[in-house]
Design a protein around this ligand. Structure first.
Ligand code: CA
Length: 432
């Protein structure tokens, strides 16, 4: 591995590992994931740096990671991040400082010892990334005002676009944790009950209106006891980190089933995650004000400080006939009306207990302009304006063989804190 002097833009935070300016994984990021080198091997916890994975268990085995607390060392030798997530912000911060020190250009321990580097740093191209968390519960919010207004307008008309409760609380529903999958997992087109236009009775068959939803999600760190809400003031200390989420949706199934209790089978067939969890601490430089909230939220939802995140989001689509994905939307996490602290405080406000590794997703993140919408339902206005692709093809919704690629990063001065990508290809419905 070649040495690299810290670039001025990276300042003291430069690593001895070469990291390109457009890399998602500079030393300022250090996202957590799990990986295996061989099939059959138990996943191990790692941190992404440049094109490498830093193997945390191997670090400990080689005496390079000497965290004083046995609980921390034990948590980092597991096959999922749940135990580490449960330890809380102080433990996370201590580990982060230790890893940044080990990887910095000034530290000789790894920099000057090739055998040691080879034992703990593995090219990402040589590993398979795994689901990093045992997700107990998954909750999906509906926190983008633009998205809620667009869907409401399409399905109920402009006058009933936003329900009267929407501006008073972060609306959400309980999703399905068992079908949350890692990027790269194919997504089978679901079958379900569909009421065709003009029909009076439904039929059962493959969804004809398959869609993606561009979302961000966050993982719960320390949980709360049943019956003891987390206050909005304390909510940030319960957030471990964030991932990029594609919450696949079958609009025809959803539209027939969603009233009065909300989404069910139109959503629960698949949710895809980016494999690296970006620590909340790595995103601190990208906190910006949220959109103004009017009316003012009730006191239990009033967060203090800037908690929107300036994270650029992009969606690209590749059909089976295309050589490369073409970008079809650009959005930004900062558009969200309800922030993560408000979502978390609201979720636990009735005493509901959240547990380490629970996933809370934002709901589709749409911006104010048509090119920033986060779903095909909105981008094509329910199929009225099909997308024109560089291949000459058109798309109203997803067809079999289509691949959706989402990408997210926050742009710093000369570096990016990125999430990598979340990718999935639509597989045909099972034959009846
Ligand atoms: Ca969703």
């Amino acid at each position: 591995m070649q040495k690299q002097v810290a670039t001025p833009a990276l300042g003291l935070l430069g690593s001895f590992i070469p990291v390109a300016a457009e890399s998602h994984f500079p030393i300022q990021n250090l996202p957590y994931g799990t990986f295996r080198r061989r099939t059959g091997e138990l996943p191990r916890i790692g941190v992404a740096i440049g094109d490498y994975v830093l193997d945390l268990a191997a670090l400990a085995e080689n005496g390079c990671f000497s965290h004083p607390q046995a609980a921390v060392r034990e948590a980092l030798s597991q096959s999922t991040l749940n135990a580490f997530m449960a330890l809380g912000p102080l433990a996370w911060a201590m580990v982060r400082v230790e890893l940044q020190n080990l990887l910095s250009a000034q530290n000789s321990i790894l920099r000057d010892h090739a055998a040691l580097r080879d034992a703990v740093l593995i090219p990402q191209s040589q590993v398979t990334l795994c689901m990093p968390v045992d997700i107990g519960d998954y909750t999906d919010f509906y926190a983008s005002k633009e998205h809620a207004s667009n869907v409401g307008t399409l399905w109920r008309g402009k006058d009933n676009a936003l329900m009267p409760n929407w501006t008073h609380m972060p609306i959400g529903y309980h999703g399905r944790a068992s079908s949350v999958v890692i990027s790269g997992t194919p997504v089978r087109r679901p079958s379900g009950q569909i009421l065709s236009n003009g029909a009076s009775v439904p039929q059962f068959g493959p969804s004809g209106i398959l869609d993606f939803e561009l979302e961000m999600g966050f993982f719960i760190g320390p949980g709360n006891a049943l019956g003891r809400p987390v206050s909005v003031r304390d909510a940030a200390s319960h957030i471990f980190g964030l991932v990029l989420v594609n919450d696949w949706s079958a609009r025809d199934i959803q539209k027939w089933e969603y009233q009065p209790l909300g989404p069910f089978l139109g959503k629960s067939f698949a949710t895809s995650l980016s494999p690296w969890i970006v620590p909340l601490a790595a995103l601190a430089p990208f906190r910006v004000p949220s959109p103004a909230q009017d009316p003012a939220p009730l006191p239990y939802l009033q967060s203090v400080g800037d908690w929107a995140l300036n994270i650029e989001l992009a969606v690209a689509l590749k059909t089976a006939a295309m050589n490369a994905p073409a970008q079809i939307s650009r959005s930004n996490m900062r558009y969200l009306y309800w922030n993560m602290l408000q979502q978390l405080a609201h979720h636990s406000s009735n005493g509901c207990n959240l547990r380490p590794g629970d996933l809370l997703a934002s709901g589709t993140i749409s911006g104010p302009t048509p090119d920033s919408f986060g779903s095909l339902l909105e981008l094509t206005w329910n199929g009225a304006n099909p997308l024109k692709l560089p291949s000459g093809e058109e798309r109203k919704f997803l067809e079999d063989g289509d691949t959706v690629v989402m990408n997210a990063y926050a742009q710093g001065e000369g570096y990016r804190v990125g999430f990598g990508e979340v990718r999935g290809t639509v597989a045909p419905a099972l034959k009846p």
